[in-house]
Design a protein around this ligand. Structure first.
Ligand SMILES: C[S@@+](CC[C@H](N)C(=O)[O-])C[C@H]1O[C@@H](n2cnc3c(N)ncnc32)[C@H](O)[C@@H]1O
Length: 248
């Protein structure tokens, strides 16, 4: 799969793509990331890609024509491809969106800056508008890196097989708590012990305990996800019995 990132700040990407568990996906080309400097597609000596908004108001707007030329250059190399515009006005990024892209051919990722992109480009060329959440960042680079990271960890062999199914949202629920050494921790005058079941070696009981902690945490923090799992028939009878014991 290939992602073509159109940005004013390509230098922000290399450090992130070269570290951590996803590095293999990016360096091996499993997730091939190409960076395009939007200013290379300006048509004046100042490499200008923005101008003042019609109608007045603060800030600058990214011009249609350099964006069209950048997209044409990508298409000349790889043909038609989904075009993603990161914007706070888009659909909220979630694991379902990530899974869609993880199973697809990749996309062009447009990183906005300033007040955003001229609407005429969005209307004619953008296929997906994606938001990272209800807040305003200064650019689309962090959202693009977020999508790339989330897509890369879903590629086969990038992380150990059952791991992402157990992650939060892998099965539509939040993940429960994790513990490691030491078994007993003296902290703030208390002795904090790891739950005994995790030391029991009994795989069935450990799996059930983890499932119940996941259900409990999801019910407390994201009851909407419990409702969605119920509606999709993803809860077992044992899950329902446990939720009933919580009064849910
Ligand atoms: C300062 S913002 C522009 C915000 C825009 N004027 C608005 O009010 O919707 C500059 C760029 O950052 C990116 N951006 C900011 N917040 C974002 C978010 N929550 N999700 C995705 N992209 C975001 C977009 O690419 C946007 O074009």
């Amino acid at each position: 799969m290939r992602f073509d990132v159109v940005t004013l700040f390509p230098e922000l990407f290399a450090p992130h793509l070269a570290v951590g568990i996803t590095r293999r996906a990016f360096t091996s080309g499993l997730v091939d990331v190409r960076l395009w400097q939007l200013r290379d597609f300006a048509d004046d000596a100042y490499r200008r890609i923005d101008d003042r908004p019609y109608g007045g108001g603060p800030g600058m707007v990214m011009l249609v024509e350099p964006l069209l030329r950048a997209l044409d250059a990508v298409r000349a190399e790889r043909g038609e491809v989904p075009v993603v515009h990161f914007t706070p006005t888009g659909r909220r990024l979630d694991q379902a969106v990530v899974q869609e892209f993880a199973a697809g051919p990749g996309a062009v990722l447009l990183c906005g800056r300033y007040e955003g992109i001229d609407q005429r480009f969005i209307d004619r060329r953008v296929t997906h508008e994606i938001s990272l959440g209800d807040f305003v960042l200064s650019g689309g680079e962090l959202p693009a890196l977020t999508l790339l990271d989330a897509v890369a960890r879903l590629q086969e062999g990038v992380i150990p097989a059952p791991s992402h199914e157990q992650d939060s949202f892998g099965d539509g629920l939040l993940e429960g708590p994790s513990y490691s050494r030491p078994e007993r921790l003296a902290l703030d005058g208390d002795e904090l012990a790891v739950p005994a079941v995790l030391l029991s070696g009994h795989h069935g009981e450990i799996a059930r305990w983890r499932r119940e902690r996941s259900l409990e945490r999801t019910a407390q923090r994201r009851p909407d996800l419990i409702a969605a799992a119920r509606a999709a028939g993803r809860l077992s009878r044992a899950d329902e019995r446990f939720l009933a014991s919580l009064g849910l």
